[in-house]
Write a protein that binds this ligand. Structure first.
Ligand code: ADP
Ligand code: MG
Length: 376
């Protein structure tokens, strides 16, 4: 069942058009992440869903009921939407104990005392903080405080949990720990979660699907794997992946059945069927090859490509990052293990044509996907 639907949602702050026709549908039980650079409209979209902002255009539907409609001015109050929001700054009440912080909403709802105790302890246990129930927020670490904030959000059993960069105030180690905690929480609660982050690793590891935002628009909605393997545009390709995807200028010549792609990687002949339908209409066109660093390797044996020279070679623990150069263009190769290449070494590049993406140069759109079938 569709839990949340946004139809052509627009939002302005003064003259600033911050959401530009957002269309999105989120299924019940999903872990949907909004990913994008700072200022692209993620928080605003979350606030529109929560009812903390009214859209200037479009419709918001929650659990099949219209929650906001810019045309009819219909508006459902935030408290009636069955959602709960966790912010980046957890803002616990400093004068209340952990227990009271979490119990507060249930007391407001006038839940019987016995049930309050049961529900609060269940939420605390889910976040593994029962032992801190009598402490005050100032007696807790940042990570523990954030756990309390999440316990407070889940205690009223919302249908949807909205999380806006909840881990960004934590240090790297805690962030990693909380990431797997959130994953477990989602598994146990089976609640729909909408998670905002600008951290792609967080998005790729947590989500069932990711919506990528740029400048007030959603440019792609896909599973983490699909997003990584087949970014819809050059802009998305550049944003996802670390080290960054290699983007290599190329030229295409189209014949009856084949498209021949020439670049520093050599000449590749690819069946026309492998391409999407919206190819340029001309027989020859410029394009950009996208090839992830881990999908290429360096070898001393002669391959189809021209020789390239090693520019830098950096050992990074279990892998080696080797940058090669040819005709002013550089390519990053990520290879497992310790590779003893030195600057100036002549090497060849080895890769599978199935693993390349091809983008149109003129509009940046993906026109050839990778052919890898990955388990979902
Ligand atoms: N309350 C507000 N008043 C005016 N402008 C705002 C307000 N909130 C956000 N903005 C602007 O809207 C744009 C989108 O902001 P936001 O949704 O917070 O981005 P993100 O969460 O992706 O970083 C930004 O340009 C931001 O400056
Ligand atoms: Mg934000």
């Amino acid at each position: 069942m569709k839990q949340i639907e946004l139809q052509k949602v627009d939002k302005y702050y003064g003259d600033n058009h911050v959401l530009k026709g957002i269309d999105l549908s989120i299924e019940e039980g999903e872990f949907m992440t909004f990913l994008g650079p700072s200022g692209c409209g993620k928080t605003t979209t979350l606030r529109v869903i929560a009812g903390l902002e009214k859209p200037d255009g479009g419709v918001v539907v929650i659990s099949g009921k219209e929650a906001a409609n810019a045309k009819t001015l219909h508006f459902m109050a935030p408290g009636k939407r069955g959602l709960n929001l966790v912010f980046q700054s957890y803002a616990l009440w400093p004068h209340m104990t952990v227990y009271d912080n979490v119990a507060f909403v249930l007391k407001v709802k006038k839940m019987p005392k016995g049930s309050i105790y049961e529900n609060v302890m269940q939420a605390l246990s889910m976040m593994q903080i029962e032992e801190y129930k009598d402490r005050y927020p100032s007696e807790l670490s940042g990570g523990q405080q954030q756990r309390v904030a999440i316990a407070r959000a889940i205690v009223s059993k919302p249908k949807v949990l909205l999380l806006d960069e909840p881990l960004s105030n934590l240090d790297a180690k805690l962030r990693l720990e909380m990431r797997s905690e959130l994953k477990r929480l989602h598994r146990e609660l089976k609640t729909t979660m909408i998670y905002v982050t600008h951290d792609q690793v967080e998005a790729l590891t947590l989500s069932t699907r990711i919506s990528v935002f740029f400048e007030g628009k959603i440019v792609q909605v896909d599973t983490p794997m699909e997003l990584y393997m087949n970014p819809a545009t050059l802009q998305v390709a550049k944003f996802i992946g670390n080290p960054k995807i290699n983007l290599i200028d190329a030229h295409a010549v189209v014949s009856e059945e084949k498209v021949v792609i020439k670049s520093m990687l050599g000449e590749m002949s690819i069946s026309k069927e492998a391409f999407e339908k919206d190819l340029p209409k001309t027989e020859e066109w410029d394009c950009v090859i996208g090839l992830r660093p881990e999908h290429i390797s360096v070898t001393e044996e002669r391959e189809k490509s021209n020789p390239v020279s090693v520019a830098t070679s950096m050992l990074a623990g279990s892998e080696t990052l080797i940058e090669v150069e040819e005709g002013g263009q550089r390519i990053m190769v990520k290879q497992l293990g310790i590779q003893k290449y030195q600057a100036g070494d002549k090497v060849y590049l080895k890769f599978l044509p199935d693993q390349i993406n091809i983008f149109r140069k003129d509009n940046g759109k993906l026109i050839k996907k990778t052919q890898i079938t990955c388990p979902q």
